[in-house]
Design a protein. Sequence first.
Length: 639
Amino acid sequence: LPDVKDLSMDSGVQQMLEKARAEGIETAFDRAIKMSQCGFGATGVCCKHCLEGPCRIAPNGKGAQAGVCGAGVDTIVARNFLGNVTEGTASHAEHAREVAHAILEVVAGKAPYTIQGVEKLKAVASGLGLSSEGKDTNQLAKEVADKAMEDFQKQHGTLNWLELRAQDKSKETWEKLGLLPVNAHLEIAKSLARQVMGGDADPANLLLGAVTMGLVDGFAGLHMSTDLQDILFGTPTAVKSQYRLGVIKEDMVNLSVHGHIPLLSEKVVEWAGKLTDKAKEVGATGINVVGVCCSGNEVLMRRGVPVATNYASQELPIVTGALEAMVVDIQCIMPGIQTVASCYHTEIITTLAYSKIAGATHVEFTAERADEAAKEIVLRAIANFPKRDPRKVNIPNEVTEAYAGFSVEQIVEALRAVNPEEPLKPLVDAIAGGQILGAVAIVGCTNPRKKQDHDNVALVKELIKNNVLVVATGCSAHSLGKFGLLSPEGLQYCGEGLRNVLTAVGQANGLPGLPPALHMGSCVDNSRVADLLVALANYLGVAVKDLPAAGSCPETHHPKALSIGTYFIACGVDVHVGVNPQATGSPLVVNVLTADKENFPVTTDGLFGGKLIYEEDPVKAAGLLIERIKQKRKALGLN
Ligand code: NFS
Ligand code: SF4
């Protein structure tokens, strides 16, 4: 077995991996070693779309060069890519729809939440062309949620959320190419229909279909989720919190929230606050809610809840022996948590009817039953506290302090302390003056096949050393948080120009400095990154594609990363992936997605201004991103 030091950078995770090994418990890191990757699947050349197959095309030109139906390698790879993007998109669209549905229940008096983001509500309503005059909060929220629901129902025109959030210049490009989505459900269904055996067999057309899917993901997934969540729960503002397994407390009832949709995690946090006395009755000092993955991000951003761990090590909070329950909703939840939990007193609690795990407890959570369900979940965690086996308890003691909560609104607010009239001006001036070279969003996950956190951290250190401003979301933000990059202490790794700007803005706000990476939220909050880019581009009077900005997911694992990436490429933003995107088997697909426009007749670079960059080495990848940022600076007439 490999040394645990080669599996994760996080010493707490290393310690828990040793403990799991000593106790004979298998984790994702072990399974990743046992499970070799299939060479056909890894390059995207395997097709299972009908019962004549599976068919696969050897990339070296040997053997069959077409499936039984005659599909060639380009069609198979493009179709698989579209399939992946569609899966990611469906996840985000369902997320957004659930929140929209919840808001309708809330305003009808059927669900126990109150609309907390009144400012955001008014801003979104006005963007959607709704007047707030003479309407109370619930009436306005209903109209906004109805507009959201239209994006799953309308049969003509395009998504309300695309009209709301897209830059006009981008919309023109998509419209000219006939790529504007009509409604999310229609497009997802159409995408599945075109992938079927005997459906769309034009690889370029399939890739354009992936772009439409990316737009559904961006607008009816990411943007809609963030906007509606900010309306329901409030827009995040800067918070200080803690990262790493040391946030689990031996004397408390520990309950982790894991998954994505904050309807659940918010309520659990609320009920944990109400049931402290019950926890004391069983001998605990209180109830400690800790975050895992994007649910962790949601309650970190809005409530300052500490984060225990990110994706690849999600089984390890259980291995501390001190986790009473892990409550989950959907996405990125390894079924393996149940197997690990069965070795301890930890109860895994699933909550959605369409997302269960065999062996886990199921407490049905709907917006209507939110209080009942959240209370039951917290009481279950409390009831498990006396079942702890003290001989099995071993909690790593390190924690790292970090700041989060950097919504666009918060970033603008911080800049307003420097320039009250034109808050974006200091940032734009710093970019124009070269103190800041450009900006990169670090997004996505960790992946048990890669040394956890390593590439996320290495890439960011290389970028900030070269004065690239970094924003972060998702589990990659956890990586940065754990290693001090979400704290002003991380400024030591920045180049001088960037450090001076972040220090000045921070000091104008009464802080020693801003962190070198600004945590903007969960994966759906990549919408915030897009909003920031649109605001900057509009301020400068240029297209988003002209900005010296890019995105990077060094350690991703999920199809959602491909749908998010496709959305950003469609907006003209380069996207780096540090993990094989399973599309390398087709030279055509590789060229369309990754070639510079000068080098191939049809490319996303030529059509939209953004391309995919696949590079496993994080330092080399940073170099490639910096290269492109410099090209875009030059085109803008900047040095
Ligand atoms: Ni994003 Fe969030 Fe994490 Fe990756 Fe999964 S939790 S939605 S996909 S693993 S960042
Ligand atoms: Fe094979 Fe074509 Fe069926 Fe795919 S759709 S499995 S390539 S016969």
